[in-house]
Design a protein around this ligand. Structure first.
Ligand code: MN
Ligand code: MN
Length: 310
């Protein structure tokens, strides 16, 4: 077997890194020769999960074609969220739970997409379908990915499949979901020691919406007031990034993981901001309240896409 790399999206979260490790393990059990790598360093939250279950952070790559001819993608498919030279390698497998956009291949491939809360939930099903046992530590890592993506099963992206996977993986990993889950999520909320420019890039994704370049970042917190006290500095940094990276709109969603409410900070060209307002309402002094909004893929990108295309 020719070696393949397995990786999640840029600015990786716990799903992108944890599920790459899990899917690579499964594929190796099934006879492939794969290595899980990452398109960035793990966040504090992901580090917490890796440490807790005894995993090293995967090697970070910038390009793939210099070392392999084929790759497997998890937790993403949009090329602008992937490795920079994706067009120079063959994608043989995708496991994902996002919309499918701008993704094309020359040859047929294994593609598994399900509208569930986390890619690890799909990989959990793949382990079961292939009758491969999940090692205890790996179960803990996959559980961490689901807790992270679903905000402890509270996000509207959560399905019964995720709930089943969590129950089963928690039993395998021998952890209490609520206790461990809250400590995992809280590990990702320490914003005091990070600069605004770091924070707006930690969990940020780029989208092409009807020809417009849109950047959407999300920051988790347990104290919205603490985060919003830095609003002016966030706006200044976001404006800088819009200039240098040519984004037409930059939205930073700051989410209180304890009560599932968010505040949005918006920066962009006036005409593009007007499209944003069509979807979410008036932006005042660069900010907007987004009660109950916690999911970028389900509650932000779809209404925004609709507003941009209308
Ligand atoms: Mn992800
Ligand atoms: Mn995910």
């Amino acid at each position: 077997m020719v070696k393949e790399l397995v990786f999640g999206h840029r600015n990786p979260d716990t799903d992108a890194i944890g599920t790459a490790i899990a899917y690579s393990y499964l594929q190796n059990q099934l006879g492939y020769d794969t290595e899980a790598v990452a398109l960035g360093k793990p966040s504090d939250e992901t580090k917490f999960a890796l440490d807790r279950f005894g995993f090293q952070a995967p090697r970070v790559i910038e390009t793939a074609a210099n070392e392999v001819t084929a790759v497997m993608l998890v937790d993403h498919n949009e090329p602008q969220q992937s490795v920079s030279d994706l067009d120079k390698v063959k994608v043989t497998h995708v496991v994902d739970h996002h919309r499918i956009m701008n993704f094309n291949t020359v040859e047929p491939l294994w593609y598994r997409a399900e509208p569930v809360g986390c890619t690890s939930t799909i990989v959990w099903q793949l382990f079961n379908e292939n009758k491969v046992e999940i090692p205890q530590k790996l179960a803990g890592l996959m559980l961490s990915a689901i807790i992270s993506d679903t905000l402890l099963l509270k996000s509207p992206t959560t399905t019964d499949y995720d709930r089943h996977a969590v129950a089963s993986l928690a039993k395998l990993a021998n952890v209490d979901v609520q206790t461990y889950g809250l400590s995992l999520l809280k590990a990702g909320t320490n914003i005091a020691d990070k600069s605004e420019s770091e924070l707006i890039d930690l969990d940020a994704k780029s989208f092409k919406l009807n020809g417009h370049q849109v950047r959407i970042a999300q920051i988790n917190t347990v104290d919205l007031d603490e985060a919003m006290a830095r609003q002016q500095q966030f706006v200044a940094e976001m404006e800088k990034v819009c200039q240098s990276e040519h984004y037409d709109l930059f939205l930073c969603v700051i989410t209180n993981i304890l009560d599932s409410n968010s505040m949005g900070i918006v920066v962009g060209q006036n005409d593009v901001q007007a499209l944003f307002e069509k979807a979410f309402g008036k932006v005042t002094n660069h900010t907007i309240s987004l009660p109950g909004v916690v999911s970028r893929k389900k509650q932000i990108v779809p209404p925004l896409t609709k507003a941009f295309e209308a």
